[in-house]
Design a protein around this ligand. Structure first.
Ligand SMILES: NC(=O)c1ccc[n+]([C@@H]2O[C@H](COP(=O)([O-])OP(=O)(O)OC[C@H]3O[C@@H](n4cnc5c(N)ncnc54)[C@H](OP(=O)(O)O)[C@@H]3O)[C@@H](O)[C@H]2O)c1
Length: 444
């Protein structure tokens, strides 16, 4: 018989719950993938009517399991009301999803932790990003969690890991033998990891100005994509060994140089008078191990750019110049591209002779493309399913999150003024110069 479980979304009336969590749960439920789900409780201080606006959009399948509980993370009587519900759920697994402001995580962990001491139910706690604001606060949150939970009960989310493309970096590398021999400094010239956005701070200005692009993107999503690209093969395909390798490569990772920018109009958008926060970062990151020694990883993320583009590009070394001296051209670098947005696909880019009838000719760039099929619309569907099933490979371990903070620690809260770039540019000119100075170009 399958286990029974109930889900509690703290912050169940917020943006994440409304746009991602509840719709994802609803789709999973209607496909029959949430066997054993008994109840979904949305917890928030909001009025029940606010929650109903969210919940009524759900299809009737999941809708009938949904409930609302007025709840203030800071108020002890809220935990008493929650306790009354828990008394009715004996034997069920309880999943608590913290979809609240990160400034409330510690209070919520403490409150839930104390309450759960009175119950024997199996439990899981899911924590959204950002997990801490620097190494010290991340460590403090880990330590607090350990007062009440064990690591096996803790799920630290980075929703990029729920994406088909990101998982396929791992799969392409470790389910095929043809790539392993070239996946190193002898063949790879450099790696580009891009997460470019069209949107600005979108009404989250107050929060965004406390974090900026380094905390919001570089510390988590970008470093996770780097880890999947650069990690060594795990000893076995198990969560422990996969996460061991990610931690190992992150420990060898350091930021060599970095530039920061801010889009024109940011101060008005964020509603702040002055700020040293960045909305754009371009970093050269080195992985100091035998596989990657000397190979730069360029990590770029920014807001209010001309298009949304998320991809990892593995750019291979050029062919020796002597081979092409007599031709009036230089073949482009071969590339393997893992694109997450706008499309979820893999591209292999290489050079072939054009059909001109000439044997010796300038080669033409040729692209082989494979679109990743997916059963799921949304990364959160994948992650929610993994949480329910207790599979933790796609979640961040305690030492991993702390190591990621250690990588960015030297560049957190820089005081120099970020340069200002016009909205809608492909990339700020400073980023073009950044890579051009190293004799390279962006593949956008
Ligand atoms: N939105 C996204 O797409 C997204 C993506 C990735 C990560 N995240 C992370 O997910 C978390 C939630 O983000 P969000 O965008 O959903 O935030 P949000 O829209 O501001 O929602 C916050 C939720 O928390 C509730 N809340 C606030 N104070 C509370 C309190 N004292 N006690 C109980 N509930 C309280 C709010 O309702 P009341 O004010 O009525 O209580 C609301 O339901 C954040 O950590 C964020 O960084 C969000």
């Amino acid at each position: 018989m399958s286990k029974k479980f109930s889900l509690f979304i703290l912050g169940g009336t917020g943006d994440l719950a409304k746009k991602k969590l509840l719709p994802s749960l609803s789709r999973l439920y209607s496909k029959g993938l949430l066997v054993g789900l008994e109840k979904v409780y949305s917890l928030a201080r909001s009025k029940r009517e606010d929650w109903e606006k969210v919940a009524c959009e759900l299809d009737r399948g999941l809708g009938k399991l949904c409930n609302f509980l007025p709840f203030d993370v800071k108020d002890t009587s809220s935990y008493e009301s929650l306790g009354k519900i828990l008394q009715t759920l004996e034997g069920q697994e309880l999943i608590f999803f913290l979809s609240i402001s990160p400034y409330l995580y510690e209070e919520a962990v403490r409150g839930l932790g104390k309450l759960l001491r009175n119950y024997a139910n199996p439990r899981k706690i899911v924590i959204e990003k950002p997990f801490g604001f620097d190494t010290v606060s991340a460590r403090r949150l880990n330590n607090l969690l350990y007062r009440y939970f064990i690591e096996e009960e803790i799920y630290r989310i980075d929703h990029f890991l729920g994406k088909e493309t990101v998982q396929n970096i791992f799969s392409l590398r470790f389910s095929n033998s043809i790539f392993e021999g070239i996946w190193n400094r002898s063949f790879v010239d450099h790696v580009q990891i891009l997460a470019l956005e069209k949107v600005g701070v979108e009404g989250r200005g107050e929060f965004y100005d406390k974090v900026g692009a380094i905390r919001d993107m570089l510390q988590n999503h970008m470093l996770q994509m780097l880890a999947f690209t650069a990690m060594e093969p795990p000893a076995q395909m198990s969560e422990q060994f996969i996460r061991d390798e990610k931690v190992k490569v992150l420990r060898n990772t350091r930021i060599e140089k970095l530039i920061r920018g801010r889009y024109e109009g940011y101060l008005q958008d964020a509603g702040v008078e002055s700020s040293s926060r960045e909305t754009f970062v371009c970093a050269k990151v080195m992985v100091d191990n035998f596989r990657w020694h000397g190979v730069p990883f360029y990590l770029v993320t920014g807001k209010k750019l001309s298009k949304k583009l998320t991809q990892v590009v593995i750019a291979f070394k050029e062919v020796p110049a002597s081979l092409t001296r007599l031709l009036d051209c230089i073949p482009k670098q071969n590339r393997i591209v893992f694109q997450t947005a706008p499309e979820s696909k893999l591209q292999v880019v290489f050079e072939l002779r054009p059909p001109t009838g000439r044997f010796v000719a300038c080669p033409l760039e040729t692209v082989m493309e494979y679109r990743f099929p997916s059963e799921f619309e949304e990364a959160y569907e994948v992650l929610l399913l993994e949480i329910v099933e207790g599979e933790r490979s796609l979640f961040i371990r305690d030492d991993e999150i702390e190591t990621m903070w250690e990588v960015v620690e030297p560049v957190l809260d820089l005081k120099d003024e970020p340069f200002v770039y016009p909205q809608g540019v492909k990339l700020p000119p400073q980023a073009r110069d950044f890579i051009a100075l190293e004799g390279r170009q962006w593949y956008l």
